[in-house]
Design a protein around this ligand. Structure first.
Ligand SMILES: [Zn+2]
Length: 101
């Protein structure tokens, strides 16, 4: 087994698992139940991890991840101040007016 991804939340991890599954790659989430069960600092070290079952699937899985994340980051940018998503062509955040670059 190889760890290919550390998710920021369980939903994120689940999306990765589902995407891998559609390509026939078996993967597992670890730390799925740890988030929120401990203090905030510890929780940061317990983000859900995605592990692929077969080392042979590693490269395909990483390629899929790259594709997923380039799709996700296309068209939106995240406000550094409040964390809200903004369309890529916005010059300032719709929520808090922070300048975006
Ligand atoms: Zn903002």
């Amino acid at each position: 087994m190889k760890r290919i991804y550390i998710a920021s939340n369980l939903m994120d991890a689940q999306v990765v698992i589902d995407t891998l599954a559609t390509c026939g790659i078996k993967a597992h989430i670890f730390n799925a139940n740890a988030v929120g069960a401990v203090g905030e600092l510890a929780a940061m070290q317990m983000w859900p991890e995605v592990w692929v079952e077969s080392d042979a699937d590693m490269e395909t899985a990483l390629e899929l991840l790259r594709q997923m994340h380039s799709v996700q980051s296309n068209g939106t940018k995240t406000c550094p101040q409040c964390g809200e998503e903004n369309p890529e062509n916005f010059l300032s955040c719709w929520n808090c007016n922070q300048a975006l670059n």
